[in-house]
Each structure stands twice: as C-alpha cells, then as structure tokens.
Design a protein around this ligand. Sequence first.
Ligand code: PHE
Length: 450
Amino acid sequence: MEKTSIHGMWSSRLAFILAATGSAVGLGNIWRFPYLASDNGGGAFVLVYLGCILLIGLPVLIAEIAIGRHGRRSPITTLAQITRDTAVSRGWTGIGWIGIVAGVLILSFYSVVGGWTLRYAWLYLSQLFGGDPITDPPAVFGALLADPGELLLWHGLFMGLTVGVVALGVEKGLERAVRFLMPALFLTLLLLVAYGATTGHLGQAAAFLFRPDWAKVDAGVLVAALGQAFFTLSLGMCTMMTYGAYLPDRVSIPRTGLIVGLCDTTVALMAGLAIFPIVIAFGLDPEGGGAGLIFTSLPLAFEAMTGGIAYGLAFFGLLFVAAWTSSISLLEPATAYLVERGRMGRKPAALMMAGICWVLGLVTVFSFNVWSHVRVLDRDLMGFIELIANDIMLPLGGLLIALFAGWVLRDGILREQLDGMPQWGFTVWRWLLRVLCPLLVAAVLINALF
Ligand code: PHE
C-alpha cells in the first residue's frame, strides 16, 4: 500500500503541478524578475539566470521533490528520519532548519509586497466605481510606501488570507485555491504581452532582455541571478520538499519537475516581455527601475489603453493570486513541522507562524518610511532581508540539498523515487548535484561574502 502523508495528499498529478507551479510562479516572476533584470543590465542578468535555472535549479528541484516524497513528512522530520535510517550525521537536519528560518524571513517581506498588489487591485476596483484615476503612478506608489499604517493594513490582510488557506489544509485549502487561479493568471499575462506588442517596442524590450553585455556581469549580477533562480523555483528552503511529500507515488518526478520549471521560466520571461515594451513606450528608462518598477510603469499603460481600468484590476488581482499561492507555500513547511511535533493542530500552528512573520514584516514596512535612512551593507532594511534570505540562505540550503542528494543519500532511495528516469539521465543528474551545483553555488556565495 502507498505510504501517505498525515497532512493530506494532492488528488492528482495535475493538482501537484498546479500547486508547485502556484508556489513557483509568484511575485518572484512578475515583480522581482523584471526589476532585477532592470537593475542588473538586462541581457547579462537574464542569461546568467537562465543558466542557473537549467544547471542548478532543475536538478535541485527534482532532488527536493524526491526527498520529500520518500519521507512523506515535513522537511525536518523527513531529514531526521533519513539520517537515522542511513546512519549519517544528524547535522543534515539543519537543512530543514535553514528552510524554516528562510521561509519566515521571506514571508515577512513577501506579505508586505503581496499587500501592495491588494492595494492596487483595490485602487482599480474603486476606479470602476468612479474613484480617482492614477495619473501620476510614482506619486501614488510613493504615498503608499510613506504610510506605515496603510502598509500594515494590507500586509495584515494578505497574511490573513494566507493563513486562511493553510489552516484549511492540503486538499480543501491549497489544492482548491490553485485550480482555477493559475490558468487565469497565464491568460492575463498573455494578453498583456499582446498589448506590449501593439506599442511597437517588443523588439527593443526583447533586445534589452536577451542581448548580453558580458562586461556587465560582475559578482553582484551573479549573486542576484543565482538567488533569483532559487527564489523563483521556491528552492533551498524545502518548500518543494514539503509539496513533494504530498505527491502520489505513481507520478513521475522528473517529468513534473520539468513542467514546473518550464512554466515558471515562461511566466518570468512573459512578464519581462509584457512590462518592458510599456516602460520603453512611455519613455521611462528600462535600467534601474528598482522594486517599484511594475507599480510605477504599468499604471501608465492601464490609463492609456481602452478598458485599461478593468485590465488593471485583472492584472493586479491576478498578481495578488500569484503571490497568494506562493505565500501559502512559504507558510506550509513550518506549519507541517509544528503539527508533527504533536503539540498543536493545523489551525493554531499556521496562525502562530503567520503571526511571527507578520510582526517581522514590520521591519520591511518601516524600511520605506520611519527607518528609510537605515542602511545595512548599502541596502535598505528590506533589501538586507532579501540579501540574507534569498541570496544567501536559499543558495546555501540548495547547496546542502545538492550535496545531501548527491553524496549522502543511497542510490536505492533515489532510484525508487525516479524510476521512470533513463539511466543516463539519472547519472547526469547525480553528477550535476555532486559536482557542478555545489561548485557553482559555492563560488558565487564565496564571491558574494568576501
Ligand atoms: N517562488 C515564489 C515566487 O517566485 C517565492 C517563493 C520562494 C515561494 C520560496 C516559496 C518558497 O514568488
């Protein structure tokens, strides 16, 4: 009989693909990817990023799902059990702990930005009923950031919606949420790319995104691209391990992993091709857009196009949805772990973790106003949290997962999970994990730290 997870199971292969894609596709693709490309010189960043996805992201993604399904528990419990069964150092359990800490840090700022998407969806909704148009997007965005009370409100609302789903559990909460929302998101992006094409600047945007200027690739670009590759695929913090734990045995891990990776990359590139034509068409500089890029550029297009208000509502509504299906996956691993410790039910566990993340989110909220003068390592406080969590902890977690799956785990365990994979594929995958991933990640991290 199939071993199942006590937290519930995905009902089908499609359910897992939607949930994992829902986790992967989020603010990372539509908010973060375009502005990182903008800040890091376009093509040079994008190509390094694509390389990282292919050579590091996909192998680690497959490893995480396989480890998760083997254990069928939260990452910490799964890792503890494997180390016990195979008599290796319990220290490997630390991967799970890195994951929980990274997840808490990421959710703390993710929810604040998720709150922005709610705020903007609301702005467009109220325009439908006669509210003021957004004639000066940078001013509107600036006013939002300057007001801690307002930011806290939307941050709280976003976090509340996240706990709501996680508290309901895997089938009734997570799976039900992603079923309709993900296809709708894809469609909206497609329409926005089509609009971008009508501006006549699609070619310029593509050139900006894909023409590499290798002279621009420095340590900073490498760190940003690697961190983004982990962030966008939800890797390095055991999210995919957790989702893998709920995956039925009959589903092929390599195949679904590839589908998830492909969908995620496609959405990021589409977001770039939707946003940069608009940026260029409105005479903005595609370089150095910063974290506000989509909030200050897209409203210009929405005001100019026919039906733009409904369109703006659809876009920010769906951006919220993308963020939502990702934030539930940020909360799930820690929640599952608390439930397994046996002292709490799912609801209080989810509520407690979300509460911690909400409070920590105050740092991000204040980084835009009362603490905006504070700089750590040349970044504002939110940028500093992103550096620690996304650019250092996720790659570090991913590095350890690669080493663990590459060198520590027995062949038998992995072969059992990846049984449909041809032998040559398995060998290539294993050596990527053993040598290439650790070397590349370590090189970038060491470069970044020193
Ligand atoms: N992948 C999500 C995004 O791109 C963010 C995320 C990171 C979610 C890590 C879960 C774990 O928005």
